[in-house]
Design a protein around this ligand. Structure first.
Ligand code: ATP
Ligand code: MN
Length: 484
């Protein structure tokens, strides 16, 4: 009978493997060091950032086989575990038989056992999952998604799927991707010369969703507490380090919650998720922490951050966020040094100004030195569905601002009063007929309710310390870039 051993994952080998145990490991070669008698191969299978060291008895390995064991090649190895002689690992595998599953020609394989720039890796995004950094990011983003589901499950929230194809533009910003099956070379027109959407697949104009909120509200107004977690699409042409054209958003919606309940929930969730990362992604965070420290060393002293990545995460997990009204924030910003000295690109002159990322980051990083929840924004810079406050100027909106990121969560108490909602829609030229289904929830059994949206990739950016959002989603979509 052929000796067929089941594969053991490297994570399990390194944490539970016993000396003398015979087992089979499979994975991709990271490095090979070779001398006359012995070769050391660092093998990684993605189950952990750590590599398994394979020890090969060179005189007993076929020479042509040995030459095929190069960085990037995939191999299957059987052998006995032994306590490691070298430092850095507990056990190593003394190889008895080894097979190359797939070669990676060293003259062509673009990943070398050295640090590549993130810009270079973006160009080979199809291979970058095989680097330590992106392996760490894969594991962290999995843990984050798991933590979010666990958090809401434990609170009795229901996870629902909201549609991706929709006829509504929840934000009213008009930054949607159109969805059509019409022949773009021969678009049918109405007698008036407009596009005849009656002949399109859905018999009306449709687009990819920018948010699941409006549909989420319908569900919350029936079963109290729900959340959606799905892809959203925004055709905003903002080439920033925080914007993607396709990103994932986690959106809870809760009946009987006012703005304060909403802020409490957002803060509790964010701190829970960060704590989960600290407890469950230790090795990966340690690696990213070191990566960031190395990167910081390249910067001039005054541009280095005061806290390391791990210290930042600990800080967020352990400290309450600062809650500040928009009006207070404007006062702070007006008096601030960068405003007085005209260092802001957009100077804050009066109440009503929309806050830019430079202002948000000043408040978080320089003034309060902790995450900040801003609330009660001017109604003119916010969406139609936010609840109007009695002052007639502001709405019950709240944004959570994080260091290094700026806005990570945007939410509000929703306008539950039918009359007020319709009046605001009229003022903002949003046709009531189009949102009749939404208005029905206010017609029938309306209740105060709230919700928010958390940008999943911005969360990963914060937890991993990665500077560019294109590096925290496996396959980024940005203006001019839709590869793979
Ligand atoms: P910003 O002002 O940064 O563009 P926004 O006000 O448009 O954000 P919301 O519409 O409130 O954001 O969306 C909720 C959350 O979704 C944001 O707090 C952010 O975390 C995330 N988000 C929004 N737009 C993007 C994007 N283009 N790419 C990645 N995440 C995004
Ligand atoms: Mn935006």
């Amino acid at each position: 009978m052929v000796d067929k051993l089941k594969r053991t994952k490297i994570k399990q080998i390194l944490s539970q493997g016993k000396s003398g145990e015979k087992l089979c490991a499979k994975g991709w070669v990271r490095t090979k060091r070779e001398s006359k008698n012995v070769a050391f191969v660092a093998l990684n299978d993605g189950s952990t950032i750590k590599n398994l060291q394979l020890v090969l008895d060179v005189p007993n390995v076929d020479e042509s086989l040995l030459r095929k064991i190069t960085t990037g090649a995939s191999i299957s190895a059987i052998g006995k575990l032994a306590e490691s002689q070298g430092s850095g690992q507990s056990v190593e595998l003394l190889v008895e038989s080894i097979e190359v599953l797939g070669e990676a020609n060293p003259d062509e394989y673009p990943l070398q056992p050295k640090r590549h720039s993130l810009e270079f890796l973006r160009e080979i995004a199809h291979l970058r999952p095989r680097t330590n950094t992106f392996g760490a990011l894969f594991r962290i983003q999995h843990e984050m998604a798991y933590a979010i589901h666990t958090f809401f499950h434990n609170k009795g929230f229901y996870h629902i799927h909201t549609p991706i194809l929709t006829a509504s533009d929840a934000e009213g910003a008009g930054e949607t991707f159109k969805v059509t099956t019409l022949d773009l070379n021969d678009v049918p027109k109405t007698p008036e010369g407009e596009i005849d959407y009656k002949q399109d697949f859905f018999e009306k104009e449709t687009n990819l969703t920018v948010s699941g909120q409006l549909e989420g509200e319908l569900a919350a107004l029936a079963v109290s507490e729900i959340y959606t977690f799905g892809p959203t699409f925004r055709a905003e042409n903002s080439n920033t380090t925080r914007h993607l054209a396709e990103f994932w958003m986690m959106e809870p919606e809760m009946a009987f919650y006012d703005l304060e309940d909403n802020m409490d929930l957002a803060e509790e969730m964010l701190r829970y998720v960060v704590k989960h990362a600290l407890e469950h992604c230790e090795d990966d965070l340690e690696f990213l922490n070191k990566r960031l420290l190395d990167e910081e060393k390249q910067k001039p002293q005054n541009q280095r951050s005061e806290l390391s990545l791990l210290e930042r995460l600990q800080f967020v997990a352990e400290n309450e966020f600062e809650r500040v009204s928009y009006t207070e924030a404007i006062e702070i910003l007006k008096r601030s040094k960068p405003n007085q000295k005209k260092k802001f690109q957009f100077l804050i002159e009066e109440w009503g100004a929309d806050l830019q990322s430079e202002h948000e980051r000043f408040l978080v990083e320089k003034h309060f030195k902790k995450p900040v929840i801003l609330y009660n924004y001017p109604k003119d810079i916010k969406a139609f569905y936010m609840r109007q406050n009695d002052d007639d100027k502001t709405v019950a909106a709240m944004d959570v601002l994080f260091p290094g990121i700026g806005e990570i969560v945007g939410g509000s108490q929703r306008e539950e009063r039918q009359g007020k909602l319709e009046q605001r829609m009229d003022e903002m030229n949003i046709p009531r007929e189009e949102l009749n289904w939404y208005l029905d929830t206010r017609r029938f059994g309306t209740v105060p309710h709230s919700g928010f949206g958390l940008g999943f990739e911005r969360m990963i950016q914060f937890v991993s310390g990665m500077g560019n959002i294109r590096d925290v989603i496996p396959f980024p979509r940005t203006p001019g870039n839709c590869e793979f």
